[in-house]
Design a protein around this ligand. Structure first.
Ligand SMILES: Cc1cc2nc3c(=O)[nH]c(=O)nc-3n(C[C@H](O)[C@H](O)[C@H](O)COP(=O)(O)OP(=O)(O)OC[C@H]3O[C@@H](n4cnc5c(N)ncnc54)[C@H](O)[C@@H]3O)c2cc1C
Length: 454
């Protein structure tokens, strides 16, 4: 490939280009997790597909390591690289709703909040995650779990089509009739296969849901979580709920349950009675609310600019011994901003075969997340150690399987466990669509060998 000089790249590029000396460079390299500080040699903030193609050609011609940034919420900082080029999609956030067909096309840099805002106009929703500033790009490529998972499945179960710019700069469509192998791999295989410039999703009629927070003193944690487990394992698909060990605004340790019922509200009131009647919650904030309000309930708990480190593990069951171990570990946490979250999936997502998409862990409905969050970088070791030892505590109960989207910086052995038995097929697809491993700042599937990268 002949070289492309910087001057001609800059003059043809329609979006913004930031180099270290440019005004705006430091803002452009900020992402959600302030623990990550990388200095790319160039950030190419694309205005559309043509800019993405130009950035790929420029990076290849100049042999630059290349990262892809969408919502910037990957906890391990995979949106950025040191020295190389960042293909920044954060200005490609348009959302188009075809309300008659209940189909939604979104650009690759859209956030969940962008999508909820537009779909809610039509009384529709796309199954995605639970914090509005998260990018649909990274979330979907990792699977996508959220409040609608038990009723309508993961984000990947609702993906109809994707427009992909490959490492050669070619534009492909991937869906059930075109490039089916690529379509399979995108649904759980991470950012390995190209830049997704747009996704098309099936939306569902979801306007008002019954949800909110139930809070109890931490001393009740074991009883509350055991009851939550027993209740969820026979709950209807309309109900998704998570439990969390957290702190109140005054620093008091609490345990909470957060349900979201999407269906007939009167029926939801009946379904939620056993949860709400259990114990004596110090707060019962459950009420009918517009779906975008439910989607933003937890946003204040995950602000931009704090230090973060995550560990998590998927489990088939949540035994009494595991609950006791989790609560004991949570009681030792050092930052009131940190959480332990117990997410229960299953439902529609659990009935999809583990080979139907690249996401292999359909049979492991429990995800236990140790989310360390703090403000003083000098305390990093202490908080990381807490999250790491949480994973150690759960090892006797764990399946050694992980949700791709929740992985912080990890080595090859851990990244492999997110792909499970689908890894050989993913590696073959990678070899076909990105044989030189141009897209490698991600949960990397090397075309021959799997390599963990930051
Ligand atoms: C506060 C918070 C809440 C979260 N909640 C949930 C949740 O409820 N459910 C859930 O499933 N996950 C959740 N996650 C995890 C989240 O899905 C992942 O962190 C995901 O990577 C974020 O996507 P992003 O586009 O914001 O990330 P970025 O950091 O911008 O991108 C991460 C990586 O994804 C790939 N990528 C992103 N967009 C594209 C694209 N258009 N084309 C090609 N590759 C791309 C690239 O490899 C990139 O390096 C949450 C994360 C955070 C920080």
């Amino acid at each position: 490939m002949s070289s492309i000089d910087l001057k001609s790249f800059r003059s043809a590029f329609q979006g913004q280009v930031f180099e270290p000396a440019d005004a705006g460079y430091n803002e452009a390299r900020q992402i959600w997790n302030a623990s990550v500080s990388k200095r790319p040699s160039m950030i190419a903030r694309c205005s559309g597909v043509a800019d993405v193609i130009a950035a790929i050609h420029f990076a290849r011609a100049n042999n630059l390591v290349t990262a892809i940034r969408a919502g910037g919420h990957n906890v391990g900082g995979r949106a950025l690289c040191d020295d190389g080029l960042v293909i920044d999609l954060s200005r490609m956030r348009a959302v188009f709703v075809d309300d008659a067909a209940r189909r939604v096309r979104v650009q690759g840099g859209a956030t969940l909040g962008d999508i909820d805002r537009e779909t809610h106009v039509f009384g529709l929703a796309v199954p995605c995650g639970i914090v509005p500033k998260t990018g649909i790009g990274g979330l979907t490529l990792g699977g996508g779990v959220g409040w609608l998972i038990r009723k309508y499945g993961m984000s990947i179960d609702n993906l109809l089509s994707a427009q992909v710019v490959t490492a050669e700069g070619k534009v492909l469509t991937a869906n059930t009739t075109e490039n089916q192998d690529l379509f399979w791999a995108l649904r759980g295989g991470g950012g390995n296969f190209g830049v997704i410039t747009s996704f098309e999703f099936q939306a569902h009629p979801v306007a008002t849901v019954l949800g909110g927070l139930l809070l109890y003193p931490r001393a009740m944690a074991i009883d509350v979580i055991r009851h939550f487990r027993d209740y969820m394992e026979s709950a209807p698909d309309e109900l998704t709920a998570y439990a969390a060990l957290l702190h109140g605004p005054d620093g008091s340790p609490l345990v909470g349950v957060i349900p979201c019922y999407c269906g007939n509200i009167a029926e939801g009131e009946r379904v939620l009675q056993p949860l709400r009647k259990f114990g004596s919650p110090i707060l019962d904030g459950i009420q009918a609310m517009p779906f975008p309000v439910m989607q933003s309930l937890l946003a204040p708990s995950f602000p931009d600019g704090n230090q973060n480190y995550w560990k998590s593990t998927l489990q088939r069951e949540l035994s009494n011994d595991a609950i006791s171990a989790i609560v004991e570990h949570a009681n030792g946490l050092q930052s009131p901003l940190s959480f332990v979250v117990l997410e229960y999936y299953g439902g529609a997502a659990g009935r999809v075969s583990s080979t139907a998409t690249a996401f292999p862990h359909r049979h492991l409905p429990w995800d236990i997340l140790f989310l360390a969050q703090w403000t003083d970088p000098a305390q990093t070791k202490m908080h990381r150690d807490w999250a790491r030892s949480g994973e150690d505590v759960l090892r006797p109960f764990s399946e050694n399987a992980h949700l791709l989207s929740a992985l912080d910086v990890e080595g090859e052995d851990v990244i492999k466990t997110a792909f499970g038995g689908n890894l050989p097929r993913l590696a073959a697809t990678k070899k076909k669509y990105d044989p030189t491993n141009f897209f490698r700042v991600n949960h990397n599937i090397n075309p021959g060998v799997l390599v963990g990268t930051a």
